[in-house]
Design a protein around this ligand. Sequence first.
Ligand SMILES: *Cc1c(COP(=O)(O)O)cnc(C)c1O
Length: 461
Amino acid sequence: MPPTTAFSSSSNADLQQRSRRHVWHPCTQSIRLEAVPPLPIARGEGVWLIDQEGRRYMDATSSWWVNLFGHAHPAINAALKDQLDSLSHVMLAGCTHAPAVELAQRLSALTGGTLGHCFYASDGASAVEIALKMSFHFWRNAGRGDKRCFVALKHGYHGETLGALHVTDVPVFRDAYAPLLANAHLVASPDARNAAAGESAADVASRAAAELEALLAEQHDTIAAVIVEPLVQCATGMAMHDPEYLRRVRALCDRHGVHLIADEIAVGCGRTGSFFACEQAGIWPDFLCLSKGISGGYLPLALVMARDAIHDAFIDDDAARSFLHSHSYTGNALACRAALATLDLFEAEDALRRNRGRAQRLLQRLSGGLEGRAVDHLRQRGMITAFDVREPGARFAERFHLAARAQGLLMRPIGNTVYLMPPYAIGDGEIDLLVDGTLATLDAVLATNPKKEGARDVALA
Ligand SMILES: *Cc1c(COP(=O)(O)O)cnc(C)c1O
């Protein structure tokens, strides 16, 4: 047991009330805080989150997809305590440190050296901003300053700062700010759920790639890069596609002289079954963004990996031809150390192999349990499993979230999509609890389904 904190004496209700008074919660409609008070979490332990009064909730969303090996993992905790006693942070301009160097080196090795350089930032959205800027700037340095447009996929999500939002196509995050945003080209999503009768997922991928092909053929002179979420478009509701799409996009980008940016912020770090999602298509992008899981879900850390040839195009006496972007906490030593400890765990816990067994058990139990229930498109890619509820009714995500709490689960459906993305620390018994709790929640929610589609659905990503 970790030592109790100085805060643990306050009750759930007290903390909830003070939170409502002073904390502006992310991705939350404040008006719903009364009906859906935030869970006051005091501790984490493996896949469990424990509230101020000792109630336990399984973290079935890995805390917004960041946690990999469970909360309070002894190995990551020990690495951080050790790092804390030597160096927490130093600026990465004019200085360097072992955790930042070693992490860049190890990640590069995981790409077989293809992506040789690593640029650090703090949040996922900042990594996307960096990749967009680097791509444009590369072409500018090459005398191709007209290449300043980006291509993104319909229903894609790349973060919510203005640059990242301009390549994001999720209305609830984007619409209010549309007047502030540059226009990106949007092309068809290869979402396998779009398959017509008799069409395979690979057919859908080819169809979507043909649309991109037409755009690039016509406008490649003004296009810097295509940005994709490889294999799973998570934020739109776990839309999955065939790896064939990535092979097509890679070939099209090569043919037309356009960069490929792989946003692996959610799908990287083993979530889809391989360490990088791109590996399943046998391709490498020109830029690869990581964040979320890379620090094990402990600390904000993001990074952009780039090919050496791209890095080298910025080596110049002229400051305007150099990449002078920076964030204050770039390459934070504690965060990099947490990431190194996380990489160690992939080996020590044989995570990718053992996750195959976990995913299989989860899917088997869930598909059996869902038989006869009104759901569609049960799908899985690695440790991401999802299904769509046929008649969700009003405020489905919110009602499901609340009903799941009563089952001891922390879950947040996206629209009518229920997804399970637990930390890799999940054991067999816990998988069964998760599946049983999900089914019980679904039944409870559908039994009280308000038939009238009155209130607009609340955004619960
Ligand atoms: C979460 C996410 C981001 C943004 O990361 P933040 O750390 O929330 O800024 C970008 N792209 C994808 C695919 C994501 O899932």
